[in-house]
Design a protein around this ligand. Structure first.
Ligand code: SAM
Length: 227
């Protein structure tokens, strides 16, 4: 199914996949997911408050809590099954709390030193998401967005396309992931999230920094609300 709005993929991809997500994201990215999340963590140091949008099963949320144990962290997600996993997994961390919400409709009535979002940007409207982020961000704070990108290099693109064909085949053996492996490459190819979010960040006066990772298959875009 090719969805008109990227957000339409969210229930299709996530309603039935929470039990195996942590293993699948590790193996399908050949462990690069950990490397990319480490790059996000490198940008954190002494924040007191962090908002982790689309926290999913809490992989990044937990790593943030381990890197800055003094920080109060709030994880937000739109998929109940993923959020339940995160709550269960991280119930021994008193400084982490969770909110069930669409990130594009979030209204916590408070601000954070940093906002992270791994694998969220391509599903959202940049104008809406950045507006919500700015409403929840302290002066001097950072928005760190991470997601997949379609490589620019022609040879890498061919390898990338081939890899998703292999994943498509693998999907026959993991039925809950089948439609993700089929539709995710279409979504990534069609997404121009880096350019769109960077433009929106700049329009809103944020200072931006872009890190392209692993042969252009993923990127981290950071926007800082300068004092
Ligand atoms: C691929 S998972 C990533 C989870 C986590 N950030 C990680 O890196 O492991 C994507 C998550 O985005 C969530 N999501 C997608 N659109 C969302 C939205 N508009 N608001 C909140 N969460 C959303 C999904 O429910 C899912 O848990």
């Amino acid at each position: 199914m090719i969805a008109e709005n990227p957000k339409d993929y969210v229930p299709q991809f996530f309603n039935e996949t929470s039990n195996s997500y942590d293993r699948i994201v590790h193996w399908t990215t050949f462990g690069k997911d950990s490397l990319w999340k480490n790059k996000i963590l490198e940008q954190l140091s002494n924040e007191n408050t962090v908002l982790d949008l689309a926290c999913g099963t809490g992989i990044l949320t937990k790593q943030i809590a381990q890197k800055i144990p003094q920080a109060e962290i709030v994880g937000v997600d739109i998929t109940k099954t993923y959020l339940e996993k995160a709550k269960k997994k991280l119930n021994s961390y008193p400084n982490i709390s969770f909110v069930y919400s669409d990130a594009e409709k979030l209204n916590l009535g408070r601000k954070f030193d940093c906002i992270t979002a791994s694998y969220l940007p391509k599903y959202c409207d940049p104008t809406i998401l950045i507006k919500i982020c700015l409403e929840h961000l302290n002066d001097g704070g950072k928005i760190i967005l991470h997601d997949f990108t379609y490589p620019k290099n022609r040879f890498i693109r061919k390898m990338w396309d081939l890899y998703f064909k292999v994943l498509h085949f693998t999907g026959f053996f993991i039925p809950s992931w089948n439609s993700v492996f089929v539709d995710l490459p279409h979504l990534i190819r069609a997404s121009n999230w880096v350019h769109e979010y960077q433009k929106t960040m700049k329009t809103n006066g944020l200072k931006t920094n872009l890190q392209e990772l692993t042969w252009g298959s993923s990127a981290i875009l950071t926007g800082t609300k300068v004092l």
